[in-house]
Write a protein that binds this ligand. Structure first.
Ligand SMILES: CC(C)(COP(=O)(O)OP(=O)(O)OC[C@H]1O[C@@H](n2cnc3c(N)ncnc32)[C@H](O)[C@@H]1OP(=O)(O)O)[C@@H](O)C(=O)NCCC(=O)NCCS
Length: 182
């Protein structure tokens, strides 16, 4: 999103005025611009290009205002029953309007539809906004990666949320697995 377009509006759009859709190549400049404004260690434009090229299109979601401005994005991947939230961000001018939550919900639903039963993510320990968002949406801390982030150096908290009801999980844990057939 250009700062100018938000200045022209009286207020940034709310989540109900946005739609979530799969990213296309022409979104990537706006995505990379938000990324650079938001993260001290941003993904490069080429990393976004690669994700768009090699992942299924719905694994790269865009939150778009009615005028077509890109307000946020979420990138995911799935491996068997596990999904990973690779990246999520909302442009600073459009925060606290439910757009991050809308993207997170769409990311979880998309990965569930791909057969994932869990979603994992890493978050900077001091990132209160993201941690609160995740905790309010079913994520719990399950580990820590010491010194995982650079600029500034910081630990990552690993969080996980279920995407399906426990009764529907294929892997119910070692204690509850049926014996293999003889
Ligand atoms: C994390 C982020 C995506 C949230 O986006 P957002 O659109 O502002 O989030 P929402 O408006 O949907 O907020 C949903 C809930 O998250 C929590 N939350 C969001 N921002 C918060 C903040 N600054 N402080 C505390 N809680 C916050 C609140 O519980 C909020 O609900 P509420 O507004 O009803 O209180 C956004 O802050 C962002 O882009 N941060 C920079 C990038 C980043 O850190 N990404 C995560 C990498 S792991």
């Amino acid at each position: 999103m250009s700062a100018g377009s938000l200045v022209r509006r009286r207020t940034a759009p709310t989540a109900s005025e946005c739609r979530t859709r799969a990213a296309v190549h022409r979104d990537l400049r706006a995505v990379a611009r938000i990324e650079r404004a938001v993260f001290p260690d941003p993904w490069s434009h080429d990393m976004f290009v690669a994700h768009l090229r090699y992942a299924p299109p719905e694994m790269f979601l865009i939150a778009e205002a009615s005028e077509g401005e890109v307000l946020g994005y979420a990138l995911m991947r799935t491996v068997l029953d596990e999904a990973e939230l690779l990246n999520i961000a909302v442009t600073p001018e459009a925060r606290r309007r439910g757009i991050g939550l809308q993207l997170l919900r769409a990311a979880m639903e998309t990965c569930r539809a791909h057969g994932a039963e869990w979603m994992l993510l890493e978050v900077r320990e001091a990132n209160v906004a993201a941690r609160t968002l995740y905790e309010r949406h079913g994520f719990v801390p399950i580990g820590r990666r010491a010194g995982y982030y650079h600029s500034p150096r910081e630990d990552a908290i690993v969080m996980r949320a279920p995407l399906v009801d426990p009764a529907d999980r294929t892997d119910r844990g070692p204690d509850q697995r049926e014996s293999p057939p003889r």
